[in-house]
Design a protein around this ligand. Structure first.
Ligand SMILES: Nc1ncnc2c1ncn2[C@@H]1O[C@H](COP(=O)(O)OP(=O)(O)O)[C@@H](O)[C@H]1O
Ligand SMILES: C=C(OP(=O)(O)O)C(=O)O
Ligand SMILES: [K+]
Ligand SMILES: [Mg+2]
Length: 578
């Protein structure tokens, strides 16, 4: 992994390897900040934590005090939170729907991040629209540190700002009321002090092509104006539908029921800098805002491969009306999708959002790409300690649709009850998932074939059959051994009743699988000897008291011994733990 300059010490494998508590072979997990003094790292007795502590001491021993970060090597099995859940609830009680939390000022301390991780956060999202890169860097490093120190498996996603016309200054720190008939000037020019009824937009060309009589809609309907005069590039607008102007309110222009296209690029110069920042900090996902077509996604993916960061997954955010005409090709081009209902509601009528959500979720499942449902799931909890009944129904619906993940935005970033909001997602998803199983509402999608090559088609058929078998036999868990996560995701696509334990020796695969429905990724050493892999991993689970004699697991593998032909080594078997 590319490491930030200046502060990095690469821990020599020889030095780490000499420590007796470090296990067989160590995996590079990444660069994490050194917090506090080396000896003072808390350790609550978990094996992994004591290992991490030994590592920190090993680093200290070679005299790197004062450095802010170092590279750590560790082999880990299951993450601490999945392990706890398995102990408490058993295989079938494990939550399948993944949870994403937006990190903001209300939850960015080490303590708060730890609480979110303990509460089930699978992915931490950093919205690059807000705050400084230094702030984001600190948060990323805290998360990586917690993963190492506490044995969590929380992935990091950055979310690009993208180009969109929005308010940068309307003369007040909070919201302003626009009264019916009041006249406002919208401008892109900077001005000193405050001018009443004047709103500054972020983009100089915001009024290009706009004509007198066009409608200006604020935040998808918070307030509306009619353009009454063009004064150079400024617009004089009369409020026709009174409402609120928030500090970063989004502006959209309409004529004859059609949105006027502003032609801004999907990725701005700032976005490219943020992407480079994400690459250098070793993030796991980049969520791309305002994707309009597949080419922009392909472009970013190509860029990442030139930077040797192919393992960073690119998620396309569906939030423009244009993208809705090209859904399949966008989904196909990306590694996953976010239904970004916030901005989507600015560009399409609100009543269309539920059907768009269902359609996108369905396409993603068909094409086997993870999908996140985002925005306003528990909006009222930004202020209130309980959700509305309608919000609970919305969350339930996302789980019923078998979305891979649900996301908190302001609820965690600035809300008063972020942890509680996360526990609401947790409880509602567990309840709906178990209801779906008990009622046997499991519907097998009429899935089209994905693979083209014989090898891929065999993998796909093995996974389809494996899930049918697992459900019919009522096995406790599915174990899959996988290098790139392909088989794990093909199993997940069938939404099986038991959890999928995905054993991989590639940390990037492990971090990418955090977003996939029902998959618990584990980082382990894997050899060419499949029997040995199975024996070792069953022992690992058994030794930690997480499985007992008589538990039944269905085993799937796509590991190919070095130098062998792939297709010959795909396998499926059922094993009772003895
Ligand atoms: N890193 C951050 N720093 C400060 N505030 C943030 C940060 N991330 C999110 N927020 C706040 O949380 C709110 C909700 O987050 P989000 O939905 O991601 O952004 P937006 O409202 O811009 O779409 C934002 O409007 C912003 O006020
Ligand atoms: C998730 C979204 O994007 P952002 O919060 O970046 O506007 C959205 O619009 O719903
Ligand atoms: K964003
Ligand atoms: Mg958005």
């Amino acid at each position: 992994m590319a490491a930030p300059t200046d502060f990095v010490m690469r821990c020599h494998p020889g030095i780490v390897g000499k420590n007796p508590s470090l296990g067989l072979k160590n995996q590079v997990l990444g660069v994490v900040p050194l917090i506090g003094t080396a000896g003072g790292v808390p350790c609550n007795g978990r094996k992994l934590e004591s290992r991490a502590k030994s590592r920190v001491e090993a680093v200290a021993e070679v005299g790197v005090k004062g450095l802010k970060s170092y590279e750590v090597k560790v082999e880990t099995g299951m993450d601490a939170v999945a392990e706890k859940e398995l102990r408490e609830k058993g295989f079938m009680g494990m939550r399948k729907t993944k949870l994403v939390c937006t990190i903001g000022p209300a939850c960015c301390s080490l303590e708060d991040l730890e609480k979110l991780a303990m509460g089930g956060m699978n992915v931490a999202r950093l919205n690059m629209c807000h705050n400084t890169r230094e702030w984001h860097r600190d948060v990323i490093r805290r998360i990586k540190w917690l993963n190492l120190d506490k044995g969590f498996c929380v992935s990091v996603m950055i979310d690009t700002e993208g180009s969109q016309i929005h308010v940068v200054d309307h003369g007040a720190p909070f919201s302003l009321k626009a009264e019916e008939g009041s006249v406002w000037v919208f401008t892109a020019q900077k001005f000193e002090g405050s001018r009443p009824f004047t709103v500054r937009a972020n983009y100089e060309g915001f009024s290009e092509g706009i004509m007198v009589g066009d409608e200006l809609v604020i935040d998808g309907g918070m307030a509306s104006f009619e353009v009454v005069e063009k004064m150079g590039s400024d617009l004089r607008c009369k409020c026709t539908d009174p409402g609120l102007l928030l500090p970063r309110a989004k502006l959209s222009f309409w004529r004859d029921g059609q949105l006027s296209y502003h032609g801004l690029p999907t990725l701005s110069a700032k976005d490219w800098e943020d992407i480079d920042f994400g690459v250098s900090e070793g993030v796991d996902f980049i969520a791309m805002s305002f994707v309009n077509d597949a080419d922009s996604v392909k472009n970013l993916k190509n860029y990442l491969s030139t930077k040797s960061s192919k393992s960073i997954k690119v998620l396309a955010k569906i939030e423009t009306s244009e993208s809705l005409h090209k859904l399949k090709e966008i989904v196909e081009a990306s590694d996953g999708v976010m239904v970004a209902r916030g901005d989507l509601g600015v560009e399409v009528p609100l009543e269309q959002i539920p059907t768009v959500q269902e359609e996108v979720t369905h396409i993603c499942r068909e094409l086997n790409k993870p999908v996140i449902i985002a925005s306003q799931l528990l909006e009222s909890m930004i202020e209130y300690p309980t959700p509305t009944r309608a919000e609970v129904a919305d969350v339930t619906e996302a789980v019923r649709q078998y979305a891979d993940a649900m996301m908190l935005s302001g609820e965690s970033a600035i809300g008063l009850h972020g942890q509680k909001a996360l526990s609401v997602l947790q409880m509602v998803s567990s309840r709906m998932e178990s209801w779906s199983r008990v009622e046997n509402r499991q519907s097998f999608l009429q899935q089209g074939q994905l693979g083209v090559s014989l090898h891929d088609r065999i993998s796909e058929e093995i996974c389809n059959s494996a899930v049918k078998m697992a459900n019919k036999l009522g096995v406790d868990a599915i174990f899959v051994y996988t290098k790139h996560g392909e088989m794990a995701s093909l199993l997940s696509r069938n939404r099986p009743n038991p959890p999928i334990f995905a054993f991989t020796n590639d940390n990037c695969t492990r971090m990418a699988l955090t977003l996939q429905w029902g998959v618990i990724p584990l980082l382990v050493e894997l050899s060419d000897d499949m029997e040995a892999n199975i024996a070792r991993t069953i022992d690992l689970i058994k030794m930690q008291g997480m499985a007992k004699i008589g538990d039944c697991v269905l085993i799937v593998s796509d590991l190919t011994p070095t130098g062998a032909t792939p297709a010959a080594f795909q396998s499926l078997m059922v094993k009772t733990i003895s």
